[in-house]
Design a protein around this ligand. Structure first.
Ligand code: SF4
Length: 374
C-alpha cells in the first residue's frame, strides 16, 4: 500500500483538494442524472465565472495537494481553458491533477497542452468495450475510440490513467462483463473505477425499463460480475481500496481518497460542493445562468452545518466503503452491537483495530451502513 496514503494503521490523507465542476455535455447519456447542460455556448462565460469565484475564495485554497476536473465533460474545455484555470492556483505542493475525459474528445494536441499545464492524471469514461452496449446507454464514443484514447494518452506520456466501466447493463451477460475486464487489463492502466448501473428517477433509461423496452439486470448476476471483477483484478496486482475503485500500487486516487477521509476540499462551479473537514459543507447552486451571473455570490450557494449525528454517520458511510474500514473505537455501543451481528454473519470482519466489509458484505453495503447509523 502507498505509505503516503496510509500511516499508523489508519487512512491518512495529506490532501487538500480543489474540484472544478464542468457542467457541459455534448449529448446526454440515457442513464445519467448529473447536473449538466448541452448548451455549449455558455462555456467561455462559465470559465470566466469560475475565475471570479476562485478570486473571491482565494483564502480557502491553501496547501493544494490535488486538483480534479469533473463533470459533465471536462474534455469539452480546451487545453488552454484548463491551463488558464490551473494558472490561478498555487500548485507548488500539488501531487495529483486529474481531468475526466470522454474518449471521443481526446487528441494528441489536447493531451500535450494538458501536460504543459501540469495535468498528470486522466480519468477516461469508457463505460464499455461493446459498441452495442455503448449505443444502448447513449454514449457518443465507440469501443475503438476508447482503446485509441488510452493509447494516445500513454504515447503522450501519461502514466497515471484511470478508466470507468459500468456493469449490470441491460442484457449484459457475465461473459460479456468478463471480456470487458480483460479488455481493460490489456490496456495496461493504473486505476479502474467500476460502477453498477443504477436506474435513477426521471432518466430515459429508467423510462425504457418501466415501459418494458429493456430488461433489468438480476441482482445475482450483478453480484457475480462484481465478484468476478474483484477476483480478476486482485490476481493482476490491483488493490481493491474502495468499493468501486481499484489501483496499482501507489496509484490510488489521492483526490477521491480525501473525500472518503473527510479531508477539506474546495469545489468551484455550478453544482460543486465544498467541505471544511469539520462541520461545514457548502453547495453551489445547480443553475448555470444564476451561477454565471454572480459566481460565489451569496445567493448562489447554501451552507449546511453538520450535527454530531451527521458527522458520525458520514464517517461510517465513507469509512466502510474503503478497504481500511472504520476504527472499532469510533462506534457507539449500539453501532458496535450491530457490527458484531454482521461480523458473525461474515459480512464485516476485524482487521487489527478496524472493522472492514468482506466481499460478501460489499454486496449489501448500503444496508449495513444504514444499520450502523446513529
Ligand atoms: S454520464 Fe457524463 S457525459 Fe454522460 S450525460 Fe452524464 S455527465 Fe454527461
Amino acid at each position: 500500500m502507498d505509505e503516503a496514503y496510509k500511516a499508523n494503521g489508519i487512512i491518512h490523507c495529506r490532501v487538500a483538494g480543489v474540484y472544478f465542476h464542468i457542467p457541459f455535455c455534448q449529448s446526454r447519456c440515457l442513464y445519467c442524472d448529473f447536473f449538466s447542460t448541452t448548451s455549449l455556448s455558455l462555456r467561455t462565460a462559465y470559465v470566466n465565472a469560475l475565475k471570479k469565484e476562485m478570486h473571491l475564495r482565494s483564502t480557502e485554497c491553501q496547501n493544494i495537494r490535488t486538483v480534479y476536473f469533473g463533470g459533465g465533460t471536462p474534455s469539452l474545455l480546451s487545453g488552454d481553458e484548463i491551463g488558464s484555470l490551473l494558472k490561478e492556483l498555487d500548485l507548488s505542493q500539488a501531487t495529483e491533477i486529474t481531468v475526466e475525459a470522454n474518449p471521443g474528445d481526446i487528441t494528441p494536441q489536447w493531451l500535450e497542452r494538458l501536460q504543459q499545464a501540469g495535468v498528470n492524471r486522466l480519468s477516461i469514461g469508457i463505460q464499455s468495450f461493446h459498441d452495442s452496449l455503448l449505443h444502448l446507454i447513449g454514449r457518443r464514443h465507440n469501443a475503438q475510440q476508447a482503446r485509441q484514447a488510452v493509447k494516445m494518452a500513454q504515447q503522450a506520456g501519461f502514466n497515471n490513467i484511470s478508466i470507468d466501466l459500468i456493469y449490470g447493463l441491460p442484457s449484459q451477460t457475465l461473459q460479456q462483463w468478463e471480456n470487458e475486464v480483460e479488455e481493460a487489463l490489456k490496456l495496461d492502466i493504473q486505476h479502474l473505477s467500476c460502477y453498477c448501473l443504477t436506474y435513477e428517477e426521471g432518466t430515459p433509461l429508467t423510462k425504457m425499463l418501466n415501459q418494458g423496452q429493456i430488461p433489468s439486470t438480476d441482482d445475482d448476476i450483478a453480484n457475480a460480475m462484481y465478484d468476478n471483477l474483484s477476483e480478476r483484478l486482485a490476481k493482476t496486482g490491483f488493490e481493491h481500496y474502495e468499493v468501486s475503485n481499484f489501483a496499482k500500487k501507489g496509484c490510488h486516487s489521492q483526490h477521491n481518497s480525501a473525500y472518503w477521509n473527510q479531508t477539506p476540499y474546495v469545489g468551484f462551479g455550478a453544482g460543486a460542493h465544498s467541505y471544511d473537514g469539520n462541520r461545514t459543507r457548502r453547495a453551489n447552486i445547480s443553475d448555470l445562468n444564476e451561477y454565471i451571473s454572480s459566481p460565489g455570490g451569496k445567493r448562489t450557494y447554501l451552507t449546511e452545518t453538520l450535527s454530531d449525528t451527521d458527522f458520525y454517520n458520514e464517517r461510517i458511510m465513507l469509512g466502510l466503503r474503503t478497504a481500511y474500514g472504520i476504527d472499532v473505537s469510533s462506534l457507539t455501543p449500539l453501532g458496535l452491537r450491530c457490527a458484531q451481528k454482521y461480523i458473525e454473519e461474515g459480512k464485516l470482519c476485524i482487521d487489527g483495530s478496524r472493522i472492514v466489509a468482506t466481499q460478501e458484505g460489499l454486496h449489501l453495503l448500503n444496508r449495513i451502513i444504514e444499520d450502523l447509523f446513529e
